[in-house]
Design a protein around this ligand. Structure first.
Ligand code: TTP
Ligand code: MG
Length: 387
């Protein structure tokens, strides 16, 4: 059965919320992001984009390009609130929604023809409803799959509405640079350039054998299919986890605080990594400890003043809870878990903490490559060194 997928993405989301909430900001270049030291731009209004300002640009540079701009640190609680209102509207339009970030989602419209009328009319209604209820302008893409729908929503921003069908797919794809293909980063782009492939049309005209020869079978298949506008991934609704944690049972009981704290550090690092991978920040840290005698289990938790996804904050909290318990022997199990996820945390906004972000980005890159064991804090190695 033919599928029909819609991708909806808000225009200049944070900036639009600000402009909608404050009349005096409307029609003006407005930049939201980290204002301190090495802060970066989260996003900016389309008025500011005309000056060359864009997301992830150092704030210092944005100020040079657009000195007359309005610069705001942002109100993430408010953005999360507007996002929730928008997702509630999505829910009226499809039972199958896959959120991608705070301001975008896939909606599966397959089989909804009778409810929908034409897809274009349905999209117009959705856009109008979002605008009427939240004041935000959305761009929409409609296509037979996720790859094409996401591409379509971006083609005519802001206030876009683009539909890709079997009939116009070549017309739309052929002139686009290959970098528009999901998974083609700077390195792959350069590699394709070397093969004389700049556009999706040129990629389409390249044989599978040639792609295989230069890029390997896996990448070749990926690009071959996407150049043909084929993508089998289904719209997959995701429930947000309620807690993220990790525990370990020991074959031999732990008999000293030092060993226990080393384990807590290891657990905290793993939990931090999972939080960051999920794009979550947690407000509560919980420690679980089980004695081998009678399997008596203790849990203690603490709420932090600010939600975190950082290893050392999780570790220090878990450690403090452990010390307060005053149990240092006969430990059969230790666990660290986190909960109370921040409503706006998925944003991945660490812009006021650029240094920390860089550090963790580096750590996570290694972890993504080598798995959870890829990086080990020095303290974890101490025991092995003593051997
Ligand atoms: P995007 O949808 O990528 O950007 P946007 O909505 O601001 O603009 P566009 O019209 O191009 O869609 O991201 C949504 C929000 O996520 C954005 O408003 C702010 C935040 N964000 C960051 O904090 N940092 C970033 O680097 C990016 C790209 C987005
Ligand atoms: Mg957006």
């Amino acid at each position: 059965m033919d599928r029909l997928v819609m991708h909806v993405d808000m225009d200049a989301f944070f900036a639009s919320v600000e402009q909608n909430d404050h009349e005096e900001y409307r029609g003006k270049p407005l930049i939201v992001g980290g204002l301190a030291g090495r802060g970066v731009v989260s996003t900016c209004s389309y008025e500011a984009r005309r000056f060359g300002v864009h997301s992830a640009m150092p704030m210092v540079r944005a100020r040079q390009l657009c000195p007359q701009g309005i610069f705001l640190a942002g109100n993430y609680r408010r953005y999360a609130e507007v996002s929730a209102a928008i997702f509630a509207i999505f829910a009226r339009y499809s039972p199958v929604i896959e959120p991608l970030s705070i301001d975008e989602a896939f909606l599966d419209l397959t089989g909804m023809e009778y409810i929908m009328g034409t897809p274009i009319a349905y999209a117009r209604r959705l856009k109008a409803e979002i605008r009427a209820e939240t004041g935000i302008v959305a761009s929409v893409g409609i296509a037979p799959n996720k790859f094409l729908a996401k591409l379509a929503s971006d083609l005519d921003k802001p206030d876009g509405l683009v539909i890709i069908t079997e009939e116009n797919v070549r017309q739309v794809l052929d002139p686009l640079p290959v970098s528009r293909i999901w998974g083609v980063g700077r390195k792959m782009n350069a590699q394709l350039m070397q093969m004389g492939i700049r556009t999706i049309g040129e990629l389409y005209g390249t044989s599978y054998e040639k792609l295989c020869h230069h890029l390997g079978e896996h990448m070749a298949r990926h690009l071959y299919e996407l150049a043909r506008g084929q993508d089998k991934r289904s719209v997959a609704p995701r429930e947000r986890a309620k807690s993220i944690g990790k525990e370990v049972t020991f074959t031999e009981d732990l008999q000293c605080a030092e060993d226990a704290e080393r384990v807590l550090l290891d657990l905290a690092c793993k939990v931090g990594w999972r939080l960051r991978k999920a794009g979550e920040k947690a407000r509560t840290v919980q420690l679980k400890l089980r004695l081998s005698q009678g399997f008596k289990t203790y849990t203690r938790s603490r709420t932090l003043t600010e939600a975190t996804c950082y290893d050392e904050e999780i570790y220090h909290t878990a450690c403090a809870l452990f010390r307060e318990l005053r149990i240092f022997r006969g430990i059969r199990l230790l666990g660290v878990s986190t909960a109370g996820f921040d409503a706006g945390a998925e944003l991945n906004l660490f812009h006021d903490e650029a240094k920390k972000e860089n550090l963790y980005a580096a750590i996570d890159k290694i972890r993504a490559k080598f798995g959870e064991e890829g990086i080990t804090k020095a303290q974890l190695l101490r025991k092995d060194k003593r051997k």
